[in-house]
Design a protein around this ligand. Sequence first.
Ligand SMILES: [Zn+2]
Length: 318
Amino acid sequence: MVVATLMALTSCQKSTSPEPAASASGPVPPPLPAYAETTALYKKFDGAKALDWARQITNYGPRPAGSENLEKTRLFLETELRTLGWVTQRQSFEDTTPRGRLTFVNLRARFNGGDSDPWQRPTPLLIASHYDTKFYKEFVFVGANDGASGNAAQLELARLLATDPAVARRIELVFFDGEEATINYTPLDGLHGSRYYAREWRQWPRDRRPQRGILLDMVGENNLRIEIPANQSSSTMRQLALRAATEAGHSAHFGLSSQEILDDHVPLGMAGIEMVNFIDLNYPVWHTAKDTADQLSAASLQIAGQVTVLLAEKYLLR
Ligand SMILES: [Zn+2]
């Protein structure tokens, strides 16, 4: 991500794996029972489990788009998600970058709820992160916070949500490829996965698309302070996120930023999905060789994860 003046987010992309066409209608799930604090899921988000996943992902080393390490990471994510009761789908496409033509792969996951085609099921909520790391020739960049932390939180979400299938069925987890720019963000550099993903949703009827989304980016550093950027988040989403942070007991770690951030939430917001971006911008070792697993803490991942779950289960799905 980058603090930026927003630019046109269009580029020439060619799909090698088109999405299936939307069917005319999908199954409408029964309404969720009323939210109850006594049975709330958010309290069971386990930061220690998330930290373990973050270490495992970081151990794959540098994971830039198109790399062998990223394919290994993708296989790891797929295996973990399936073990946790989710089905996965690769969304592959080619795009032009300053490093030449690259193949990108977004990884989508939906809860295996027993219906014949989970990909036709309406999922009103997206939870997203990016799993590529920024490409550096000069040093070894393993992206523990900038990359692995969001993916690790998502795996713990997958574990936790699977304990409440009615909630899990309403959520798509998506791991974006190509968030990082090779050089600088331009219409041909960076946000490749989220731009492609957002464009694919535009082909679906509006009432079948996700309505809202939470983006997790850099949510694991020891000294966690998430500040929600000003752009592509509605005031409603920002206020609900702060309310969830307060109710989860984590208000000291959440605030609103006046900055505009260019990140994966921007293409999604432009496609009509109401987004909120949980991002910790004050990270002194951002995009350096020191963004390693020892910068992360279970407590921070737990804070970010709990607020995400409470926001979802109490405010965004009911
Ligand atoms: Zn980055």
